[in-house]
Each structure stands twice: as C-alpha cells, then as structure tokens.
Ligand binder design. Structure first.
Ligand SMILES: [Zn+2]
Length: 278
C-alpha cells in the first residue's frame, strides 16, 4: 500500500506538470471509487484551475481555484498517471481527467479498488475530509511525539498505523522504524521511556526521508506518476524479510500478526513486552 513516501513521490512528480492547468472534464468509467456521483464531480470540476499539488498523510491533494480541493487516496494499488490522450487505456482505469488546451490526461487506475477520490469546496487547509488526520510525522516535534505516544496505552505498532495519531505511516515504515529504534511491535506505548521514544521519532523521520529520496518502496504494484518504480525495497531491513538474518545481530527475522497486520521484527534487537527494556 502506498504510504507517505510513495504518495510524496507521486505528488512531487505531478506538481510541476499539473500546476496552473484547468480541468475541462472527467470521464467516469467506474463510479465506485468516487465519494459522490460522477456527474456531480464533472459539474463541480469544470474550468477549475489547479493551484497546487500537495500531500497530507497518504492523500494527494489538488488545491483548486475557488478554495476547493480534489483528494485522491491511492488505497492498496491506486495509481495516478499523466498520459497522452491517445495512449492505450490500461485495464482498471476508473477515471480520466482532461484539461483545457492540453493533449494529455490524468488517469486514475486501481486494480484492487480500495482507492478513493473525493472533493470538497471551502477554505484551503480547513477541509473536513482530512480533519481526522493526526500530525505529519516529518513535522511533529520530538516532544510532541513523545507526549502523544505516552498519552494512551496501546500496542506501539498499531498506534503508529492509526491515522488519527499520526498521518501517513503504514505497515512498511512502522516495521522499519521500530526495528531501527529497537522496539518490539507489541510494546505498550505508555511503557516506553522518553529517550526510547525520542529515538523512535528520530529514526521514523530518518526512514521516511530515506524512502522519499529513493522514490518510495515498490512492493507489489507501486509506481510513481511516470510509471517508474521506487528503490527503497533494497533499503528494507525487516519488512518482507522473514527468515533472513537481522542486519544488526544475525538472528532470523520473524513475522507475526500484531493488531491484525503482518509484522516483521528481530526477536533479539526488539525484545518483547514481558522483558524489561527501554
Ligand atoms: Zn537483530
């Protein structure tokens, strides 16, 4: 699933190419990906100009003239591609946006259909659709991070994945940062020492920044807006590496379900909740 670094890569790829364009229409091939009707979207979007392409959590935001925005959540396998009008349509192309005086189209392609496209009028930055999201992990201060983590008693891994707590972290970067910080995914959030959590804050920012620089992680289907794959899968130390030796201590990486999600960790570097370690 595209997480913060993958969505950031898509946004950076589209920013220059989409800015200042005006929508001329949208063809809806599959309405299921829309929150609202295709007709309503087409009416609402016509002649609106794209002022900025941004990211919030795992959402792509096209800020539009008049204060509204079009949002894209890529779900499990969603992709946004800017392609020439005459390029063959890939299977699972659900939406095709066209622009005034431009020969190419923005296409939303999503084989697994968990992606969502939604829109909203109103003031920039005050959008209700995104108001549930917690702070951005690359912007939150260490102090605020530690305070938020310790304010609740939850297993740390599912807590990191909770978009109300922090926006943009998913399975891959939660596992990678917990490994770098030496924290077992089941440790209770309020049992972790302040300095351990400061370390988690630091390595989480580190791993997200490294992944953005690498153009994201391509496991399964992720590609950016030009169709290029990311390179951070080569930088993964635990995710998807069950049975392989830990790069720190050599012990085999294990895979276990935590909070309903597959979790990869090193049983030596990341000691379990029963053993005192912080
Ligand atoms: Zn280890």
């Amino acid at each position: 699933m595209p997480e913060l670094p993958e969505v950031e890569t898509v946004v950076r790829g589209l920013r220059k190419r989409l800015s200042r364009r005006k929508f001329s229409g949208v063809e809806v091939c599959r309405e299921v990906c829309l929150r609202g009707s295709g007709r309503a979207l087409a009416d609402w979007l016509r002649k609106k100009e794209i002022l900025a392409v941004e990211r919030r959590g795992k959402n792509v935001i096209l800020s539009l003239s008049g204060g509204g925005a079009l949002f894209v959540h890529l779900g499990m396998s969603g992709r946004l591609r800017l392609l020439p009008r005459n390029a063959p349509r890939e299977k699972h192309t659900h939406l095709v946006f066209s622009f005034l005086n431009q020969g190419d189209q923005l296409r939303f392609i999503d084989p697994r259909r968990f992606g969502r496209v939604f829109w909203e009028g109103g003031k920039k930055g005050k959008w209700v659709s995104l108001s549930h999201l917690g702070p951005e992990p690359l912007e939150i201060s260490p102090l605020e991070f530690v305070r938020r983590v310790r304010s609740r008693r939850r297993e740390i891994k599912p807590f990191l994945l909770d978009q109300h707590f922090l926006a943009g972290v998913g399975n891959i970067y939660a596992d990678e940062s917990l490994h770098r910080a030496g924290i077992h995914p089941r440790r209770k959030s309020d049992s972790l020492a302040g300095r351990t959590l400061s370390r988690l804050h630091r390595v989480l920012q580190e791993v997200l920044s490294e992944a953005i620089r690498a153009g994201g992680t391509s496991v399964r289907s992720y590609v950016d807006s030009t169709g290029a794959v990311g390179a951070f899968q080569h930088g993964l130390r635990v995710y998807g590496r069950e049975g392989e030796p830990c790069q720190t201590c050599g012990r085999a990486i294990v895979r276990e379900r935590v909070g309903g999600r597959s979790s990869f960790y090193c049983p030596r570097c990341q000691r379990g909740p029963s053993k005192k370690r912080s």
